[in-house]
Design a protein around this ligand. Structure first.
Ligand code: FMN
Length: 397
């Protein structure tokens, strides 16, 4: 059954942004019900919204068509999420004080499902201690806020108050709806490639996009874990709710990870760390003079091997292996040598697997089993990996 999301729209200049969000949520298969404040109808029309959701849009609490049903109480009973987007300062104030003077505020008060508020307003309205106090009051009752972003506001002021972007809103909706299976767990993840400098303008790297590690961080956050992501250089948007540590080369990554080994329940090393670094990085740009250029490399420290030496038996450690031949044999050797609990082996030569795409084809090796998986999205695979780690941890107890 599709999840039911109630969306409240209020009288903010950002109300038009709720139209695209609603359209995208409908396309994703959610059941959407919409409530608008009177002021919101001055910015976008109920007709526009109702043609997207193919249902009545609620504005007036007393506009109950069926006398057997009191809509503001009934409609929220089976809701999975109540979201106010954009939320005006005025509606936030009313919600903080439990006022119920229109369909939106009455239904919000009657709802017992998780609640999400995305404020949008002028910077001074947002930063006003009264608004901040109202936000704090709502947070204390368990309401989750998607913080507004800073930028040029419609009123001409610059500052904090812009509605969070849609990608963040969708990430937060996923977070609110996901089962919280990893609450209390601390998870350390590495992602992306590393870059090893040759001279001030050149470096050696690999084709890793970081997508798998970022998908893992997102999935772990959605499942309620506290997540730290040590990321090599990528072009990906930083996942919401995750502590990010940016690094450039393998040595930086080594130090950032090794100092944290004992602080995490699960450690997942999905970064494609360079095996070698240039021995003597040139201080000046290397000129094009000779026909050939020889570079000398030294071996980088092996992060996974070092984690395997320092780990406690209660921790769950997962490594990644990417090979072009003898994948399973090599992954089995890696599992033992690095003292891991699990290796996710990438079938690089199989269609749909590997670095840049949004899908992967993997085998997951543990000390007593090899499980082969069909092609799936990196996001789905991230949940599979985390579930397997949880199972391994439970078996240890
Ligand atoms: C052009 C215009 C833009 C506005 N934009 C915002 C806004 O972004 N955020 C906000 O809190 N109020 C904004 N307001 C003020 C609200 O519409 C006003 O406080 C209203 O009473 C909110 O009612 P509601 O919370 O019931 O929707 C704006 C008003 C106007 C005329």
């Amino acid at each position: 059954m599709s999840k039911k999301i109630i969306i409240g729209i209020t009288g903010s200049i950002a109300a038009f942004k709720s139209i695209q969000l609603i359209s995208d949520l409908v396309k994703q298969g959610y059941q959407i019900e919409v409530m608008m404040s009177e002021s919101a109808t001055r910015f976008v029309t109920p007709v526009c919204i109702q043609s997207l959701i193919k249902r009545k849009v609620y504005v007036d609490t007393f506009d109950d068509e069926n006398p057997a049903i009191i809509t503001h109480v009934d409609i929220v009973k089976d809701a999975d999420l109540f979201m106010v987007v954009p939320a005006s300062a005025h509606t936030i104030a009313k919600l903080a004080y439990g006022m119920a003077d229109n369909m939106l505020t009455s239904a919000f008060l009657a709802a017992t499902c998780p609640k999400l508020i995305a404020p949008a307003m002028n910077v001074h309205m947002y930063e006003n201690p009264i608004t901040q106090k109202n936000i704090q009051t709502l947070k204390e009752t368990g309401v989750v806020f998607v913080e507004p972003i800073s930028g040029l506001l419609a009123c001409g002021d610059t500052g904090n108050g812009k509605l969070a972007d849609e990608e963040t809103l969708l990430e937060m909706i996923d977070y609110m709806l996901a089962p919280k299976t990893l609450i209390g767990k601390k998870i350390l993840i590495s992602a992306g490639p590393t870059q090893e400098s040759i001279d001030p303008v050149r470096y050696i790297t690999n084709h890793s996009s970081g997508k798998m590690g970022y998908a893992l961080a997102k999935a772990a956050f959605q499942s309620g874990a506290q997540v730290t992501l040590v990321s090599g250089p990528t072009h990906l948007k930083k996942p919401h709710g995750v502590n990010i540590i940016d690094v450039i080369n393998a040595n930086d990554m080594y130090h950032q990870i090794i100092q944290r080994v004992h602080d995490y329940h699960y450690i997942i090393m999905s970064a494609a760390v360079g095996d070698y670094a240039v021995q003597n990085i040139a201080e000046e740009k290397i000129k094009k003079k000779e026909d050939t250029l020889l570079l000398e490399f030294h071996k980088n420290k092996d992060i996974l091997l070092e984690i395997g030496k320092r780990r406690s038996s209660a921790q769950v450690i997962c490594g990644f292996a990417m090979e072009t031949s003898n994948l399973i044999e090599n992954a089995q050797t890696k599992l033992k040598k690095k003292n891991c609990d699990m290796i996710v082996a990438n079938h690089l030569k199989v269609e749909g697997a590997g670095f840049q795409g949004d899908t992967n084809v993997v085998s997951i090796l543990t000390t007593d089993a090899v499980q082969n998986y069909d092609i799936m999205s990196k996001q789905d695979l991230a949940h599979v990996i985390l579930n397997q780690m949880k199972e391994l941890e439970e078996r240890k107890c």
